[in-house]
Design a protein around this ligand. Structure first.
Ligand code: 6CS
Ligand code: FE
Length: 314
């Protein structure tokens, strides 16, 4: 018997209908995606060729190479080290440490903590791609540096970012995407991003209620909003697992609902990436679809939201 928890309360609160309910049923469910993958249709204006757009539509991810020159990449690598070695950064709430080793795992809101990353996050070469795919002006929902240090970098278990951003941040529709810029080599040995091609077409409703202030543990190890084994098995049997490997400077762009994760890193070399999450202005987050309090601004921007650049400026 499917017990729907909290749905009645939401109706009472006049909340719009939740098209992607999760963490309210007693057993896992799957539903078809109810949003386009690519929200623009004017191919004349497309900043990417048709083959790449078709790949993205079908698989939910794509690679952008040679966007940044050697100096730009070197500058990002220097800034990444500087942040990691700055004691003041480690003591901030935006810094998430590894549960076991205490090494820095992630630094959130990194575009507000560092001018170089702020410039990259607003770079027109990235914004125009995000604007086209999302069919709207865009803003930064979240930015973070994931360090995944050598020897002891812990895993990120399978998940859909959208499932979390919908339930815990109130992101209404699947109209957001992540750009992961590789800052160190991402190879088969150091815990590269693993994606399940085509999984963005299905929304997996997860079992298990969200504890208050879940982010205090989920950013170290995600235990809630995690898909069930059978759903994962079905997706992997249908499409396999693709490791998103690449040399520094590659942009791994993926849809907000793509199922992804990454293994721990026991190799000596860190797998460090800059993650930029672009959300459509029309899709700004509101009240969480779960019952919990809003997450802090450094994880989910909701205060000062303004478009990064008009889509009418070429
Ligand atoms: O909760 C979040 O927003 C973060 N959690 C994961 C595992 N991926 C997206 C994001 O960094
Ligand atoms: Fe994620």
């Amino acid at each position: 018997m499917t017990k729907q928890v909290g749905l009645f309360n939401k109706e009472l609160l006049g909340r719009e209908k939740d098209d992607y309910p999760s963490r309210i049923y007693q057993e896992p469910k799957q539903c078809r995606r109810q949003d386009p993958v690519i929200h623009s249709h004017d191919h004349e204006k497309a900043p990417l060729d048709k083959a790449l757009l078709d790949h993205y539509e079908k698989n939910g991810f794509l690679f952008l190479d040679h966007l940044f020159d050697e100096d730009e990449i070197a500058q990002m690598q220097i800034q990444m080290q500087t942040l990691r070695d700055d004691k003041r950064i480690k003591d901030r709430e935006e810094s998430i440490t590894e549960a076991r080793s205490g090494d820095i795992r992630s630094v959130f809101d990194v575009h507000k903590l560092n001018n170089s990353f702020n410039k990259i996050a607003q770079d027109p070469r990235l914004i125009r791609v995000a604007e086209y795919l999302l069919g709207d002006q865009v803003y930064l929902h979240q930015t973070r540096l994931n360090y995944k240090p050598g020897f002891r970098g812990q895993e990120f278990y399978w998940h859909s970012d959208f499932e979390t951003w919908h339930v815990e941040d109130g992101m209404p529709r699947m109209r957001a995407l992540s750009m992961s810029i590789t800052l160190t080599p991402n190879d088969h040995n150091n815990g590269p991003l693993l994606v399940i091609p085509g999984s963005h077409h299905t929304f997996v409703s997860c079992v298990g209620e969200t504890p208050e202030e879940n982010y205090r543990s989920s950013l170290k190890k995600q235990n809630v909003g995690v898909p069930d084994d059978q759903s994962l098995q079905n997706m992997v049997e249908a499409a396999g697992i693709t490791p998103a490997i690449g040399q520094p400077g590659r942009v791994i762009l993926f849809d907000c609902n793509l199922m992804h994760g990454s293994n721990g890193n026991i190799s000596p070399s860190p797998r460090s990436n800059l993650f930029l999450v672009y959300n459509a202005i029309s899709n700004r987050i509101s009240r969480p679809f779960g019952q919990q309090r809003e997450r802090p601004e450094y994880i989910a921007a909701r205060g000062t939201i303004k478009p990064l650049k008009s889509i009418f400026c070429t």
